[in-house]
Design a binder for this molecule. Structure first.
Ligand code: C2E
Ligand code: CA
Ligand code: CA
Ligand code: CA
Length: 279
């Protein structure tokens, strides 16, 4: 079994079913992969529209598997979530992001935030807050530099639990972002009732903005709503100059996308710093 022999139509994160052999193969290899340090975090900059500089880096996990090849997260994260392996993996991700973040912050003259994606499954069962605390102690990473990104879809599980966890995280100085905003439901309810600091407006809202005329109005309305609630509005998936110009008109606060940089390894981050990204 190898990556190249995996039939195209066979299995992806979207189509795999319980018991699929691809899923089993991944499951078999995941625990070892964590031990063997086969995972790596890439970082994608988020650019502040006011300063034109990078204000944070989002950690995005990749699996460099000797068996499957270079695996994007959407191929293995859902399987990790189903099997519970997201807990050890998520713990590793938090730890590594904080370790990396510490190094990055030490080498910069201006503050840099690190954003970590957290799956809803990590909120279940064992105490997520103490996992975060433990990693903060181990790495000595400043919690006020940490963003945790949660998705709307994860919030339908148990709102009370999640609310308590988010409050505890906030008390520690950690900031919370609602990810993929607009793709789930009850969005407006969450904006009002969760202790969040900002929303990441899903890339589907910015895409084809020049081709479909009502899309601009939808996007600008979302941004203005978010800003009226005193939340940061971060638009993901910015690929074109024209999109950026429109976002400037909308007074969007932060942007992220291939226009600025793809997610890159920590060793390449130096190429991004010390220059203004938006000119
Ligand atoms: P996400 O959190 O919404 O991350 C943004 C995704 O959009 C990333 O894909 C990023 O590479 C991609 N992206 C960024 N800019 C652009 C752009 O301009 N155009 C387009 N088309 N795409 C862009 P990636 O790295 O493949 O991650 C996919 C998803 O996997 C993430 O979506 C997140 O839900 C999940 N994921 C990634 N890393 C982690 C992790 O460490 N933990 C957890 N729980 N989930 C993760
Ligand atoms: Ca994210
Ligand atoms: Ca997102
Ligand atoms: Ca997503």
């Amino acid at each position: 079994f190898s990556w190249s022999s995996r039939p195209k139509s066979f299995t992806t994160a979207e189509t795999y079913k319980e018991g699929d052999s691809f899923e089993l193969k991944i499951k078999e290899n995941l625990a070892d992969a964590i031990k063997n340090e086969e995972f790596v975090l890439f970082y994608q900059p988020v650019v502040d529209m006011k300063t034109g500089r990078i204000s944070s880096l989002e950690a995005l996990v990749r699996w460099n598997s000797p068996i499957f090849g270079f695996m994007p997260p959407l191929e293995f994260i859902p399987i990790c979530e189903k099997t519970g392996l997201i807990k050890p993996l998520g713990n590793w991700i938090l730890n590594r992001a904080m370790e990396d973040g510490k190094k990055i912050c030490e080498n910069l003259e201006y503050p840099m935030d690190i954003a970590v994606n957290v799956s809803a499954v990590q909120f279940e069962g064992e105490d997520f807050v103490s996992v975060v605390k433990k990693n903060l102690e181990e790495t000595k990473f400043d919690p006020t530099r940490l963003y945790i990104e949660i998705t709307e879809s994860s919030l339908i599980l148990s709102l009370d639990n999640i609310l308590n966890i988010l409050k505890e995280l906030k008390n520690m100085g950690i900031r919370i972002l609602l990810d993929d905003f607009g793709t789930g439901y009850s969005s407006l309810n969450y904006l009002e009732n969760l202790p969040i600091d900002g929303v990441k407006i899903d890339k589907s809202f910015i895409s084809k903005i020049e081709e479909v005329n009502y899309k601009k109005s939808i996007l600008s309305s979302i941004i203005s709503l978010v800003k009226k609630m005193n939340l940061d509005a971060i638009v993901e998936g910015v690929e074109e100059e024209s999109q950026l110009r429109y976002l400037e008109e909308c007074s969007c606060t932060k942007v992220q996308g291939y226009l600025f940089s793809k997610p890159i390894p920590i060793t390449e981050l130096h190429t991004l710093f010390d220059k203004k990204i938006i000119i």
